[in-house]
Design a protein around this ligand. Structure first.
Ligand code: SF4
Ligand code: SF4
Length: 381
């Protein structure tokens, strides 16, 4: 395509340069009923999965219809979202913190036509464009990351694993049969962009092989001390390497100390470690961020390794649904997955979910590992 200038002058890059304006103020985009009743809401109800009503002191009502979004979306799709908002919601809409989309209307008679319109829209492949749900004690959207779409450090894919999982748990997106919210999150490496460390169930990309060392380029590409300091287990040390007669500065990886975190590659492009057979998925469970009843919790590793099985990850989705079904059948009302596992004991969690307990699950990272072992005779056979 031929170049079309926006008016920016590359010869005078600082001329007419606008900066530090920040985001638009959110009040500019309020629907009328939200603007009028801001800070004066009395109560809310979930009318059915995906549909909420909030009632204000003035008696005003706002009905919210929540629909799933793939997060990664085309401008075409966003335009379609805008068309729906223009048609039903005076041009207003919002996105949630789990990347669902919410359409709001100010009277009950506008809800049914909106729902009918949303349910009628499908992609050519058959998937719902705007499935309604994600409220109450069900499974809402999966918070996830870049994967093979855009990042350079992933050990698995984000959009692919998420679509495969949401397809399997789709009825729970549209239902509220769980004991409590069940949050699933996904991160494609253990940088853990997002919420995997604090979710009921978490999908995490994991390597199993130490980095390769590109001695020829390492000293040219990397600040060696940064790579050394990036390693949580001190598996790297500086080393002089003989390369076809010339001595170059590089690093040596102590493979017995490396646990494949990939931090050194983040610092140094000459230490790549992605591997088709080595890489896969770890599952974690039992985290939460709310303070309801129990304090927030980290999620714990419950499955040490599942291979990457593109494009549908069947082993992974099977183990996820095993955990969900055991929890749904056994937990008490309001009990989050982590509260359930801690009440029944983790040994019972493994028994009820049918997951295999392996030595990989036993913490061995520094002094705090000790506190994760059992220093009591209280356990169940
Ligand atoms: S979790 Fe890791 S691989 Fe995924 S987007 Fe974040 S840094 Fe990249
Ligand atoms: S992958 Fe992680 S553990 Fe292994 S050498 Fe690099 S920083 Fe250290």
């Amino acid at each position: 395509m031929a170049f079309i200038s926006s008016g920016y002058n590359p010869d005078k890059p600082m001329e007419n340069r606008l900066t530090d304006m920040g985001p638009r103020h959110f009040e500019e985009f309020y629907p009328e009923v939200i603007k009028n009743n801001k800070g004066k809401w009395l109560y809310h109800e979930i009318l059915k999965p995906g549909v909420l009503v909030h009632v204000a002191e003035s008696g005003d009502e706002v009905y919210t219809v929540r629909v799933g979004g793939a997060r990664l979306m085309s401008v075409t799709h966003i335009r379609e979202i805008c068309d729906i908002a223009d048609k039903h919601c005076s041009g207003h809409l919002r996105f949630t913190t789990r990347n669902n989309i919410e359409f709001m209307v100010d009277s009950k008679d506008k809800v049914a036509p909106l729902i009918k319109d949303l349910e009628s829209r499908k992609f050519d492949g058959g998937s719902f464009k705007f499935p309604i749900g994600g409220t109450g004690a069900g499974i809402s959207n999966i918070v996830h990351t870049q994967g093979w779409i855009h990042c350079h450090t992933p050990a698995t894919d984000a959009s692919g694993t998420v679509k495969a999982t949401m397809d399997k748990v789709f009825s729970d997106f549209q239902n509220m049969r769980m004991p409590a919210h069940l949050r699933i999150s996904m991160a494609c490496c253990l940088n853990m962009c997002g919420a995997v460390h604090c979710s009921d169930i978490a999908i995490l990309g994991y390597h199993r092989k130490p980095p390769m060392v590109d001695h020829a380029y390492l000293d040219k590409m990397c600040e060696v001390p940064l790579a050394i300091a990036a390693c949580p287990t001190a598996a790297l040390k500086p080393k002089k390497v003989d390369l076809d007669g010339t001595t170059v500065n590089s690093v040596e990886v102590n493979k017995n100390r490396c646990m494949f975190c990939g931090n050194c590659y983040t610092m140094c492009p000459s230490l790549p470690l992605a591997d088709k057979d080595g890489d896969g998925i770890v599952l974690m469970a039992g985290g939460k961020v709310s303070n309801r009843i129990s304090s927030p919790k980290f999620s714990k590793v419950v499955v040490a390794f599942i291979p990457n099985e593109m494009p549908r990850w069947p082993t992974m989705t099977k183990k996820i649904t095993d955990i969900i079904e055991a929890y749904a059948a056994d937990a008490r009302k309001y009990e989050r997955l982590g509260e359930w596992a801690e009440r029944i004991g983790w040994e019972r969690f493994f028994e009820k979910t049918g997951l295999e307990f392996t030595h990989h699950l036993i913490d061995d990272f520094r002094d705090p590992a000790y506190y994760t072992w059992r220093q009591t005779t209280n356990f169940k056979f």
